[in-house]
Design a protein around this ligand. Structure first.
Ligand code: NAP
Length: 295
């Protein structure tokens, strides 16, 4: 067991900046119109409003054209399917993103599965899921793809390491597991998934060389869950009520204070994985533009 004096904070900022700079340079050099993406938002969930605003802002910064379409909570699945079909056929649109979560009874899976794979900038449709597990050419979901970029940037090796992911969603856990299992330099890990039915959670998370937390339980994971010297990737983001201007603060799943001097490295919240999610979305939108133009 290695001694840890200082826990390294793995900021997402320099990694995201590098990705965004390269996207911006490529966008500027494109012939004709810039890449264009449409964000579909249903309802007024505060976190969704804020995520879509951040994505639009970042798109503008790198020269990508974006358009936000907002629908009432009462919209039917049939109407949303019609909207997606219209955008699938619109040659001026390269990317379509449906912001999660959706109000009940709308099915996120049904809807995302109808986005044309070339335009599916989130990479959630069944075609990209299948290609990812086949280690083929997929548009990879942005959060897992961003985590791999972060591991590469900080030269955190995954081959032969025990990775435990506390999440099994199609947005985070499953695609990240697929990436880390791949026969590649930043794959080749031994991956374990945990979820709400996992028993003796801490005995499993304590085995992890790299622990990925994405369960949306603010500050729930301290030393008791983490092996000394482990790398902790904190994906969780929860708005917790606070007496400040916004009325809330963002908190990760890791108890960062408790893990200082215990974990070898930790991603901050905010300022960690979230920045990479948005950066990878810009990269996927550029990719979608090329796919739509058969390049
Ligand atoms: P989700 O679909 O609700 O997934 C949560 C996962 O945590 C599920 O697999 C759930 O298990 C598991 N879980 C819940 N309680 C647990 C417990 N007590 N013990 C073990 N596992 C438990 O949510 P998501 O969309 O994947 O997002 C997860 C978190 O990541 C949220 O905080 C979200 O805000 C954040 N997020 C951040 C980013 C980013 O860019 N940083 C991107 C996406 C999501 P079951 O499957 O059994 O329910």
């Amino acid at each position: 067991m290695c001694a840890v004096h200082n826990t390294q904070l793995l900021s997402g900022q320099p990694v995201a900046q590098q990705i965004l700079q390269s996207v911006q340079q490529e966008v500027v050099a494109l012939p004709g119109r810039p890449p264009s993406v449409v964000f579909l938002r249903v309802g007024e969930d505060g976190a969704s409003v804020s995520y879509v605003q951040q994505k639009s802002k970042k798109a503008a910064e790198v020269g990508i054209h974006s358009n936000v379409r907002v629908f009432p909570e009462t919209i039917s699945e049939a109407s949303l399917l019609q909207e997606i079909a219209r955008l699938n056929d619109d040659p001026s649109v390269d990317g379509i993103l449906l912001q999660a979560p959706l109000p009940k009874p709308l099915s996120f899976t049904n809807l995302t599965n109808t986005i044309r794979p070339e335009k599916d900038v989130d990479g959630f449709c069944a075609v990209h899921c299948g290609r990812l597990w086949q280690e083929g050419d997929a548009l990879v979901p942005c959060t897992p793809a961003g985590i791999v970029e972060l591991l590469k940037y900080y030269r955190i090796q995954t081959a032969g390491e025990q990775v435990v992911i506390v999440n099994r969603s199609s947005i985070v856990g499953k695609p990240l597991g697929a990436l880390l299992l791949q026969h590649s330099e930043f794959g080749n890990a031994t991956v374990t998934f945990c979820h709400s039915h996992t028993t003796s959670l801490s005995s499993i998370t304590q085995q992890a060389d790299i622990l990925v937390l994405a369960c949306g339980k603010p500050h729930a994971f301290g030393k008791n869950f983490v092996k000394k010297g482990a790398v902790v990737i904190d994906v969780g983001i929860t708005r917790v009520a606070a007496n400040n201007e916004r009325g809330y603060v963002l908190q990760g799943d890791a108890d960062a204070e408790d893990l200082m001097g215990h974990a070898a490295a930790l991603t901050p919240v905010p300022g960690g994985v979230g920045l990479l999610t948005v950066a990878m979305l810009m990269k996927n939108t550029l990719r979608a533009y090329h796919l739509c133009h058969n390049r």
